[in-house]
Design a protein around this ligand. Structure first.
Ligand code: ACO
Length: 316
């Protein structure tokens, strides 16, 4: 017995920043960004906290699933960094929701939600939980170098959550990691009088071309592996819920796998890349639009810094 997704929710900060807005301080254009990435705008945190955004998404997921916070047996927050390095975002979310269960964060960058689902699966298999909240969030605008036009245009903030309950919907989940600095964000330099490392300049850095190749290769390889492992041919899958990093990555993978575009929904134009929150935000968007029907087969796949990836097959 593993889990079924009982409810989803998502939240985006109030402030939107269009591509044109970025031209006020960057040498870029709407044409360059939208033609290379599909991104038209993104949401960024201003006065909201990462915790508030996560709680907002979590409450929606709890409501849809008919779950009270005190029924939760575990809270998992996939995120690179929250409002605090410590306590974890999951602990702050637990407090705000009024839950009393164990709570912890997972950092697997853009693959975080998939790592969260896998961790939750273990709790269900060991019969340690009946209900788990996986609430992914990224306040990535705070980690960007806003002078670097090759990276800062690609990302946005957001939170996406799912309440999981005991069930048999999950058919397959597979994670990968291969240590690499192809995308990295230096940690805080600190003020230790003993540290002799040269401090690293803050801000996300990325080898865009290497990540692009990794992303397309990962989607193709991991979806095929999932298909072989479950015996479900890709043409029988109803929806592919894929990490929203770049429309061109999605198009390239779809072409290689011969997948129809209508089975690959997107939010990239409106949200940009929200890292760990990307897959659950897309999932919730499809739920809200009434596009998912119970019993349909979903393949979820995310890839990100680490380099990491996570792929799952489940019945909606
Ligand atoms: N506006 C205008 N020009 C720009 C911008 C910008 N925002 N960014 C870069 N350029 C310029 C570069 O300076 C370069 O100019 P030059 O030729 O004079 O040196 C030119 O555009 C081409 O730059 P490239 O990096 O070669 O552009 P490319 O076509 O490879 O596209 C991109 C860059 C969009 C980042 C692409 O490599 C990509 O999609 N990579 C995948 C990475 C990704 O999506 N990461 C998301 C985060 S990680 C994750 O989710 C896993």
């Amino acid at each position: 017995m593993s889990f079924t997704i009982l409810g989803t929710g998502s939240a985006l900060p109030a402030r939107t920043v269009t591509n044109d807005d970025l031209t006020e301080f960057l040498d870029t254009s709407d044409e360059w960004i939208s033609s290379r990435t599909g991104i038209r705008k993104r949401h960024v945190l201003t006065t909201e906290t990462v915790t508030e955004l996560t709680v907002h998404a979590a409450r929606k997921a709890l409501e849809m699933s008919g779950t009270r916070p005190e029924e939760l047996d575990c809270i998992i927050c996939p995120t690179a960094v929250g409002d605090w390095i410590s306590p974890s975002t999951a602990c702050m979310v637990q407090k705000e929701l009024g839950a009393s269960c164990p709570a912890f964060d997972i950092n697997a960058a853009c693959s975080g939600f998939m790592y969260g689902l896998d961790a939750a699966d273990g709790w269900f298999v060991r019969k340690k939980a009946k209900k788990i909240l996986v609430a992914a969030v990224e306040g990535i605008s705070r980690l960007l170098n806003w002078h670097d036009r090759s990276t800062c245009v690609l990302f946005g903030d957001g939170a996406g959550a799912a309440v999981l309950g005991e069930g048999n919907a999950l058919q397959y989940i597979h994670l990968t990691a291969e240590g690499s600095l192809a995308i990295h964000v230096p940690g805080p330099a600190g003020e230790s009088p003993y540290c002799q490392l040269e401090s690293l300049t803050p801000g996300l850095r990325m080898d865009g071309k290497e990540v692009y190749r990794f992303a397309v290769h990962t989607i193709c390889e991991e979806l095929q592996k999932a298909s072989e492992a479950t015996g479900i041919p890709l043409e029988k899958v109803d929806h592919f819920i894929l990490h929203q990093a770049n429309q061109r990555i999605l198009d390239a993978a779809a072409k290689k796998l011969n997948l129809p575009p209508e089975k690959i929904p997107t939010t990239i134009a409106q949200t940009a890349n929200t890292s760990a929150a990307s897959v659950p935000i897309l999932l919730d968007s499809e739920v809200s639009k009434g596009h998912l029907h119970r019993g349909e087969t979903l393949m979820l796949c995310a890839f990100g810094a680490g380099l990491t990836s996570g792929t799952a097959v489940l019945q909606w």
